[in-house]
Write a protein that binds this ligand. Structure first.
Ligand code: FMN
Length: 186
């Protein structure tokens, strides 16, 4: 059985609608999953590099789970990448600790599928933003999988309707099912 590590990069999962549901659904459906919540582990943004590298070393499948912020990852998650993927660990002539592991980038966007289209509000497809992730996997020798994402997941309490909330819930459950299926297929 492959060991799965989910890195939760949401800066405040307690206030999350989509990512928190995705993570709890995956935990319900899969054994052998370790979830590291960066928001509760590192409220001061001081990452324990050794602990994170140990967790990565134990894993066969690494899932980056986050909400899309400014066309990228939240700052806490980006800092985790910066601090943990060190020379001699993740890259460089001796940096082979992630070699052969599988990386699944799993994220939610506020923008809809129509927004992320040529001619849409964002003017380009969501896949235009994938190279930063695939190139990181490439440098670290990880097997990059097609990202798993859900769009139109922006819910604002007191502003969004109950129908919008129900849609986000349904999409999050579907997202979790796709993620579980992908992990099981590896
Ligand atoms: C600081 C910030 C930046 C965001 N930037 C983007 C963005 O660049 N593109 C996008 O589609 N949605 C963006 N969003 C919307 C989030 O992706 C969306 O709210 C999130 O995926 C919902 O997940 P959650 O319920 O787990 O928080 C942003 C939201 C915040 C708070």
């Amino acid at each position: 059985m492959k060991k799965v590590l989910i890195i939760s990069g949401h800066p405040n999962l307690a206030q999350s609608t989509a990512n928190s549901l995705i993570i709890s659904e995956v935990q319900k459906q899969l054994d052998n999953v370790e979830v590291r919540r960066l928001d509760t582990l590192y409220p001061d943004y001081q990452i324990d590099v050794v602990a994170e590298q140990d967790a990565l070393s134990r894993a066969d499948v690494i899932v980056w789970q986050f909400p899309f912020y400014w066309y990228s990852t939240p700052a806490l998650f980006k800092k985790w990448i910066d601090d943990v993927h060190t020379h001699g660990f993740a890259y460089g002539s001796q940096g082979d600790k992630l070699h052969g592991k599988t990386l699944i980038v799993s994220f939610t966007t506020g923008g809809t599928a129509d927004d992320y289209s040529v001619g849409g509000h964002e003017g380009m497809e969501l896949s235009a933003f994938f190279p930063q992730f695939s190139q990181t996997a490439h440098l670290c020798g990880m097997a990059f999988q097609a990202p798993i994402y859900s769009q139109g997941m922006h819910y604002i309490a007191g502003v969004s309707s109950s129908k919008e909330l129900a849609n986000v819930h349904a999409n999050a459950i579907d997202h979790a099912a796709r993620l579980v299926k992908k992990i099981q297929s590896l």
